[in-house]
Design a binder for this molecule. Structure first.
Ligand SMILES: *[C@@H]1O[C@H](CO)[C@@H](O)[C@H](O)[C@H]1NC(C)=O
Ligand SMILES: *[C@@H]1O[C@H](CO)[C@@H](O)[C@H](O)[C@H]1NC(C)=O
Ligand SMILES: *[C@@H]1O[C@H](CO)[C@@H](O)[C@H](O)[C@H]1NC(C)=O
Ligand SMILES: *[C@@H]1O[C@H](CO)[C@@H](O)[C@H](O)[C@H]1NC(C)=O
Ligand SMILES: *[C@@H]1O[C@H](CO)[C@@H](O)[C@H](O)[C@H]1NC(C)=O
Length: 363
């Protein structure tokens, strides 16, 4: 009897161990899946993951330099700059003499390691401050993104030299949506706004599709008195504006104006409609959209080999029609997402987010 009792006890114990082991396996597998998602983004680059890191590495302000605060300076600080004997004391031109006009675009995608040699003045996170003048504005370039790593490198290779010639104080923010969910371009742009102003007091936003390459450096990536549609002449559309209400591709808008219209709508999942909705938000709030002439604002669209499951949004016409009554509670004041990570990578800051479609559509 005793023998049987003991072996029954050990059977129970073995079962218990097995259950604990399986639980542990399940947990660690789950964990490694998450870690893998995160790792993929960061492989083989020096990554700074927190704001503390960023200040420690003096990316925004070099505190050990008596003129380090200059990284933060605005044109209102000109007197302070003179008083303290810091340089530069000149305001950047709104059409710098370095501009060359029409550009031969780069079609290749160098590795990040190669690019940081080409663009040594860009700080980790894709931040840049003109070395010899004070910029008028602080521009955040926001790129909604998923699964287009090569296109991103091509774009960064084209943007950094151009933005430096334009003497802009800028940062490049890539907002990546996790796999397996419907892409929401407009909401990613809202998230880019919300996350970039946590890092820095930006005054101007340029929202930028990853596959559009500017062909002229006189397309200024700054903000003027009215919101501007920059990519009005794209090679794919024979350099003609498809329709006058278009406000997609690449757009530039002052922070105050963006906030006035409550940003973009969060409700457009899948392809199409969100840009037309934004056009209506702006026009309904009394803004006039401006554009450069078509001969200037030319872009090349990078050809897509495959599409990351971005299906046309069947609800888009309905959403556009009902947008006017909804915009005050559908935008940057009602933004629900999960931030999975933020990384200050070479030549750009990467923000990985998770969006729950059910939650967004019902909130
Ligand atoms: C999404 O899937 C693509 C293709 O499988 C992969 O290259 C990419 O790294 C994935 N993105 C994330 C955030 O895991
Ligand atoms: C910060 O300023 C100090 C003093 O001017 C300088 O030695 C140092 O190289 C600077 N650090 C960076 C990251 O620019
Ligand atoms: C520079 O700007 C950052 C972000 O806007 C702010 O946190 C920081 O205190 C500023 N530093 C100085 C020295 O002005
Ligand atoms: C951010 O910039 C705006 C416009 O230049 C300014 O009015 C505001 O005081 C700044 N906020 C901070 C926290 O520096
Ligand atoms: C998404 O949100 C809905 C409603 O808030 C919730 O029931 C569901 O569990 C969420 N899904 C995930 C994957 O978190």
């Amino acid at each position: 009897m005793d023998d049987v009792f003991v072996s029954r006890g050990s059977v129970i114990r073995v079962c218990l161990y097995a259950v604990i082991f399986l639980l542990f396996l399940e947990l660690s597998l789950n964990f490694s899946v998450h870690r893998k998602t995160y790792k993929m983004v960061s492989s083989s680059r020096r990554i700074l993951t927190t704001l503390e890191d960023v200040s420690r590495f003096s990316l925004i302000v070099n505190f050990s330099d008596p003129c380090g605060w200059m990284q933060n300076a605005t044109i209102r600080d000109l007197q302070k700059i003179r008083d303290r004997g810091c340089k530069p004391v000149r305001v950047c031109s709104s059409s710098p003499s370095e501009l060359v006009g029409s550009l031969a675009t780069y079609k290749e995608a160098p590795s990040y390691k190669e690019m940081i040699k080409i663009y040594p003045l860009v700080r980790p996170g894709g931040l840049y401050t003109p070395p010899d003048c004070i910029a008028r504005e602080r521009v955040a370039i926001i790129i909604p993104f998923r699964d287009r790593e090569e296109h991103l490198r091509i774009l960064l290779h084209n943007l950094h030299p151009m933005l430096q010639r334009q003497q802009l104080h800028y940062g490049i923010y890539v907002v990546e949506q996790e796999n397996g969910t419907q892409f929401n371009r407009a909401m990613l742009m809202n998230i880019g706004y919300a996350e970039s102003i946590k890092l820095y007091n930006y005054t101007c936003f340029v929202f930028h599709d990853v596959d559009l390459i500017p062909e002229n450096d006189r397309i200024m990536y700054d903000c003027r008195d009215s919101p501007r549609h920059l990519s009005s002449a794209v090679d794919k559309f024979k350099y003609k504006l498809p329709y006058p209400q278009l406000f997609g591709g690449v757009t530039a808008i002052k922070r105050a104006h963006f906030e006035k219209v409550n940003g973009h709508s969060n409700k457009f999942f899948g392809w199409g409609g969100e840009d037309d909705d934004m056009f209506r938000r702006l026009v309904n709030n009394g803004f006039k959209i401006s554009r450069y002439q078509a001969s200037l604002s030319r872009y090349k669209m990078i050809k897509h080999l495959h599409d990351a499951g971005n299906k046309a949004n069947k609800r888009r016409h309905h959403l556009i029609k009902t947008g006017k009554g909804r915009y005050r509670r559908d935008g940057i004041n009602n933004l629900h997402y999960k931030k999975l990570g933020i990384e200050y990578q070479y030549l750009h800051t990467r923000i990985l987010v998770s969006i729950n479609e059910t939650k967004v559509m019902t909130s």
